[in-house]
Ligand binder design. Structure first.
Ligand code: FUB
Length: 311
């Protein structure tokens, strides 16, 4: 990031000089960053980790009650646009479950579709997690949650690809990675979910992020191959595969954070990897902070491994 942007000195939210550095949001804990370019700004939709008080969620576990969105014109000055979706204002979410996990946001036909997983109050919608959508006219909201979650989706970590032919696909995870077509209204599945084959059979795989570059579809995902999650990728000529595993794009966290979760986007001609570590909470890795570093492709389309930029 520093190489790409230089070390512009800025006034941080704490009123002291700050450089363009990681983590790039320091006013609250943030994780699972989905970064999207809308117009001339980058919008980051992260999870919002909090320190759970007694009675809030499961002790020692993730605790998330709402989502903020942040935006920037230069990846250095970030604006917090405030809360866009909160758990107890979503009809299908179990009240006070503190399970508003990794989200996604995409634009289509002048609307913004914010996908988020949580635990449903109605167990017929599925045990564990399912995924819902909230819709807005602007990237910062106001977002209106749909009254029900998406039928047929059980799991977490939604990610949406809108292909060049206009077909949209929803990807998500539940130990493995699943995908299905979305209807044109972006609110319901248009095909039966399939698992994306050829990924490593052992170890948790989650957090899918799919993008297309020069006719190649990249399926990128955190995978526990050893102790903690590292970011790997596979490629295909089609959004639903078959995918072929290509390698690792970021090694396990040097800070010991068990999870990593990412998105990859191009902004002003440069590709970037958004991800998280636990920089602001070294002793509790369920309070994470989002980071960004430049990402580069080799001439053959393979991804060069990204070394995290430390402070
Ligand atoms: O933030 C909660 C969960 O941790 C996410 O859903 C996973 O991808 C992992 O980052």
């Amino acid at each position: 990031l520093r190489g790409a942007l230089g070390l512009a000195l800025l006034a941080s939210s704490f009123g002291r000089p700050a450089a363009a550095q990681n983590p790039f949001i320091t006013s609250q804990f943030t994780a699972d960053p989905t970064a999207r370019v809308f117009g001339d700004r980058v919008y980051v939709y992260p999870s919002h980790d909090i320190r759970g008080k007694p009675g809030q969620g499961r002790p020692g576990w993730f605790c998330m009650e709402d989502y903020h969105v942040f935006s920037s014109a230069n990846l250095t000055n970030w604006t917090d646009h405030g809360v866009i979706v909160t758990q107890n204002k979503v009809a299908w979410v179990k009240p006070d479950s503190y399970s508003m996990w990794a989200p996604e946001c995409v634009a289509r036909n002048g609307k913004y579709y914010f996908y988020f997983p949580s635990t449903p109050k109605d167990s017929t919608a599925g045990k564990g997690f399912t995924v819902g959508v909230a819709v807005a006219d602007a990237p910062t909201g106001p977002f209106v949650p749909q009254p029900t979650s998406i039928k047929g989706v059980r799991g977490i970590d939604p990610n949406v690809l809108i292909d060049k032919d206009g077909q949209a696909y929803l990807y998500w995870s539940q130990g493995n990675i699943y995908a299905a077509k979305l209807r044109p209204d972006m609110l319901e599945l248009a095909s039966e979910p399939v698992t994306l084959g050829a990924l490593p059979t052992a170890g948790l795989k989650e957090g899918p992020y799919v993008f297309e570059r020069q006719g190649t579809y990249y399926l990128t995902y955190p995978h526990v191959a050893n102790k903690t999650e590292r970011l790997e990728y596979a490629t295909s000529r089609s959004p639903l595969g078959p995918f072929e595993v290509k390698g690792v794009l970021m090694d396990e966290s040097p800070t010991g954070c068990w999870t990593n979760h990412h998105s990859i986007t191009q902004f002003k001609g440069q590709w970037y990897l958004f991800y998280h570590h636990n920089d602001l909470s070294p002793n509790f890795d369920k309070n994470r902070s989002v980071r960004v570093d430049s990402l580069f492709f080799n001439p053959d389309g393979s991804i060069r491994k990204v070394a995290p930029t430390l402070r």
